[in-house]
Design a protein around this ligand. Sequence first.
Ligand SMILES: Nc1ncnc2c1ncn2[C@@H]1O[C@H](COP(=O)(O)OP(=O)(O)OP(=O)(O)O)[C@@H](O)[C@H]1O
Length: 456
Amino acid sequence: MSLTQKEQAFWARVKALAQNNLGQASYDFFIEPAKLLEITDHNAKIYLDNNMHRDFWKKQEDLIKTAGFEIFGAEISFSLYSADDINLADYENADKLAETSEVRETSQFITSELKNGLNHKYTFQNFVQGEGNRMTLGAAIAVANDPGGMYNPLFIYGGPGLGKTHLMNAIGNEILNDKPDARIKYVSSENFVNDYVQSSRKNQMQEFTDQYRTLDLLLLDDIQFFAKKEGTINEFFQTFNTLHDKGAQIVISSDRPPNELNEFEERLKSRFSWGLTTDITAPNYEDRMAILLNKVDEIALKVPSETLSYIAGRIDSNVRDLEGALKNLKFYANTYHIDTIDIDTAAKALSNLESTKITQDKDISSQKIQEEVANFYKISVADMVSKKRPKEIAYPRQIAMYLIREITGKSLPAIGKEFGGRDHTTVIYAHKQISDKMKTDTNLQKEMDTIKSHLK
Ligand SMILES: Nc1ncnc2c1ncn2[C@@H]1O[C@H](COP(=O)(O)OP(=O)(O)OP(=O)(O)O)[C@@H](O)[C@H]1O
């Protein structure tokens, strides 16, 4: 009697799971010498070369069930046999077959599937909650607690560096903690495309589908890169359907919401909205402070809170840039042997970072900036560009001059003209006043944030 290919795959899977979940000594002692004799009526007959191993094997129901569902899509029970019960010679091929190259390949393939691609560094515990990510964090935790439940698929979108990848990995790591056997795969859409292309080139599409369509959790990052890759989109569509039908959890991230994935077919976009779609937005000033406070320990430097607040004021783009700023500080401090980072040191250390500069945007007009600043400080644009000098008007005027210079990059005389024909020295003075104040005044930093957000 010989084992069928599926039986061999099942046994290879049982062994791979055991190798991952049990210590090496237990594996070598109890698992390795055991043999699968056959599977009949969803029952696996397992031969033990030592009757004393029975108690250990009786506790391995999870291994058998997991492998059973993966390979046969059904519940497989098991019975244990030893030399007292049967004559192994009747099943003589079982042993040999376990060594065929085919099985070794299957086994290797299945073992390699276990490379889940997760980054263990990213957890819920080290993710800082803030205004911009609260809802998505809540959804991610809910998914980790109940994979395949209400939020399936979970579609997360948002700009770069805001924590999408971090949260996807945190979901995977959390589920893996609870269920070490769970079949999880984190993959960037770029790697999914590569996998697909390689597999179809090598005529290994069966392996590809076996790998992806048997998962419990698929985490697919940056799906927008699928655009125009029709074969891959189609394959993903089939994978999505299979996984969703069997209640496996799917989490997708993108830089835009499903309805803006223009090159995707409607049938796929509509599936993305079956579960929950949630976004992450850039952290506000308080959130940036919380993130910096959280991460500053990692660079082992003394950074007083006024310096952190200076950084939070200067870098309003995303968390990756905040991390980049801390790395720059560390490098600067090491180079110049500084152990306490005051604001001036931070300003020097960060002066070359793109993210500390207000992004220039020539499409934003001076008028728009004047209007937004006037609006924010509740004065009129007419007063702003007039010769009036009370503080309530002069201060917003300086802010508007500063922002116009930073955002539009216009020349100082040109800016002077836009404020009722003022001299360029007035603009220089205004710019200096405000940039000095920005270093220490957290209120001003927040106000700038709000005004800039209205300009976008
Ligand atoms: N709320 C947060 N708390 C702690 N760290 C965070 C947070 N948000 C992001 N990060 C960190 O910022 C870095 C960038 O985050 P991540 O790679 O998850 O961004 P992303 O949204 O996936 O970006 P992209 O779209 O460019 O891939 C990572 O090191 C991540 O750990």
